[in-house]
Write a protein that binds this ligand. Structure first.
Ligand code: SRM
Ligand code: SF4
Length: 549
């Protein structure tokens, strides 16, 4: 498997001759990936930056294969269509744990850029993206991240995306297992080279992106069902800690698939091993030609669930060897109620965790600094990101809560409390920066949710997920209400004209017993003006017990 004969470099040495042959006749992306070492992106960025700084070249002269594809290996996604010459830099933040120092650094990193382009986003994978980044700035930012024990490597192109864990890990009274040490170990296995530095080519060239999520308790804040690997915490019948494993969940234009359960329970100490094993099988056997069929689910279906389980156990050294067992029964506790993230909640007798609302996950250079200051003052410098694009400050002394609220109220775009509609909006990037978007999302999400708060009151939180196109980065199918960018028509001056619109999904569920709503209830609702607001208000009244104000 580790033959080096065809691959002329370290990265390709992890691909077998057979895989390299398949890549050679594979998709355009496979050829671009194969034509230069994975590790090149990690050093090219310094070379390009130095050349631009010294005036020897400009970003326009960098080859599009490097600029638009290979630099993604370093977490740099060129926004050629929306902000030419500027990157979005995606980081890796396992389990969404950020220090105040790192948060301050994010804000400082975008300081030199134009104000509306140089922003920072919390993503739907509990992660951070910096925007407006130029080639010259990128290499300095990467060095700064590395000095803070963080990286942007391995966050885009065909590798494992941010490892999602429970945002209440270690502080939830109902937790079965703390996901933080495990998300860190998986992340380290993936991105650190044997000498501990960032960048390890071993799983950097997969057939396609790969998502891993670990859930530490019944709430499943991590959305295991839409990840390629979803680990659900569950004690074995002997009381050992571990996880039942679900596989193959994903969303795309071509297909949205809920993960399928394996008859497999993984002890805590074999989690990294089973990740390595699945990734090895996926890397070596996954589809390399048709990118629409290159997600893990297609390989599982080729094998059949049982044979796939046998194959990954074989790769992991055997069932007994790793302490693996058949799937263990997990009974959800009686009167289970999913815990709330936003707001103030008891952590222990003296301390609280405080969930702060960040509208659509958008942070400015100012709010990054202000949040870092809050964390230093109130939460031992710790900040936790959530897949709902909000933050949690843990460990806040109960006697500090009033002062914290007063401080938060001074910060723009950070809310101590938010409405049941506005507080539960999730939104993908949309047309402001994303070249694939059919519509603008974040601004619309804010405008529409604010209007809805004016029009109706709802008895409980309603989760609205906005996504600018069917790739569903904003996970529309999971939302109580999902809005997906789509074509629409509107009568203007007596004529029907094409306008940006949304398809509206109703009834997705998260947590235990999740449900993906695959079919939109209403299609092609124009996004500008009041029509979309009226349609949503009607849905809120009919399906969610809303009352008109
Ligand atoms: Fe995504 C592609 C943004 C979570 C499915 N996604 C993209 C690109 C890179 C397209 C592009 O080049 O412009 C978007 C970058 C826009 C930008 O400038 O930010 C993009 N995806 C995002 C983020 C930032 C949305 C957000 O605002 O939070 C999320 C970043 C997560 C992270 O930190 O890594 C994001 N994307 C998701 C999710 C949700 C999840 O992981 O839970 C999904 C569905 C789950 C999945 O992947 O199975 C998702 N994104 C996609 C797809 C469809 C994948 C496929 O198999 O076809 C694409 C298209 C692609 O990869 O070719 C895509
Ligand atoms: Fe871009 Fe579409 Fe993903 Fe939104 S859902 S970030 S528009 S690719």
């Amino acid at each position: 498997m580790n033959s080096v004969s065809k691959g002329s470099d370290m990265a390709n040495s992890y691909l077998s001759d057979e895989t390299i042959t398949r890549c050679e006749s594979g998709s355009k992306e496979e050829k671009v990936k194969l034509s230069k070492d994975v590790t090149s992106a990690w050093s090219d960025i310094d070379t390009f930056a130095a050349a631009i700084r010294s005036g020897k070249t400009s970003w326009e002269e960098i080859s599009p294969d490097d600029m638009d594809i290979r630099l993604k290996w370093a977490g740099l996604l060129h926004r050629r269509k929306r902000t030419p010459g500027k990157f979005m830099m995606r980081l890796k933040v396992p389990n969404g744990i950020v220090t105040s120092e790192q948060m301050r650094f994010y804000g400082e990193s975008v300081e030199g850029f134009e104000e509306d382009v140089g922003v920072v986003d919390i993503t739907t994978r509990q992660n951070i993206q910096l925007r407006g980044v130029t080639v010259e700035a990128a290499s300095t930012i990467i060095a700064g991240l590395h000095a803070l024990n963080q990286t942007s490597f391995h966050s885009a192109l065909d590798n494992v995306r941010n490892i999602v864990g429970s945002p209440l890990a270690g502080i939830s009274p109902t937790e079965i297992l703390n996901t933080i040490p495990l998300t860190t170990k998986i992340n380290d296995m993936l991105i650190r080279s044997p000498d501990g530095t960032f960048g390890n080519p071993r799983f950097a060239n997969l057939p396609r992106k790969f998502n891993i999520a670990l859930s530490g308790g019944d709430d499943d804040f991590s959305h295991c069902n839409i990840n390629d690997l979803g680990f659900h915490a569950c004690k074995s019948s002997e009381g050992e800690l571990g996880f039942n494993l679900d596989v193959g969940g994903y969303m795309s234009i071509k297909r949205v698939a809920e993960s399928v359960p394996l008859n497999l329970w993984v002890p805590e100490e074999s989690v990294v091993k089973i990740c390595e094993s699945v990734l090895t099988v996926f890397r070596d056997e996954g589809e390399r030609k048709n990118r629409q069929k290159a997600r893990l689910m297609w390989l599982i279906e080729e094998y059949g669930v049982e044979k796939f389980t046998e194959r990954i156990l074989e790769e992991a050294g055997g069932k007994e060897e790793g302490g693996f067992k058949d799937r263990q029964e997990h009974v959800i506790r009686e009167n289970y109620v999913r815990q709330e993230i936003l707001g103030v909640h008891a952590q222990d007798e003296e301390r609280s965790r405080v969930g702060l609302h960040i509208p659509t996950g958008r942070l400015t250079r100012y709010s990054c600094k202000a949040i870092a200051d809050l964390a230093d003052k109130y939460s031992d410098g710790e900040i936790r990101l959530t897949v709902c694009q909000n933050i949690i400050l843990p460990n806040v002394s109960n006697s500090d809560l009033i002062a914290l609220e007063a401080d938060v109220n001074l910060i723009d775009n950070v809310d101590f409390s938010a409405g049941l509609i506005e507080g539960n909006v999730v939104s993908c990037t949309g047309a402001q920066f994303c070249g694939l978007a059919m519509v603008e999302t974040k601004a619309n999400a804010r405008r529409v949710s604010a209007r809805l708060e004016e029009l109706v009151t709802v008895p409980k939180a309603v989760r609205m997920h906005w996504t600018g196109c069917p790739n569903s980065c904003g996970q529309a199918q999971c939302g109580d209400i999902g809005l997906m960018g789509a074509p629409a028509r509107k009568e203007i001056d007596g004529k029907k004209v094409a306008v940006p619109g949304v398809n509206i999904f109703v009834g997705g569920k998260i947590g235990e017993n999740p449900f993906l709503q695959l079919e939109p209830r209403i299609k092609g609702v124009p996004l500008d003006g009041e029509e979309v607001v009226d349609v949503l208000a009607e849905i809120l009244v009919k399906d969610f017990g809303a009352v008109r104000r």
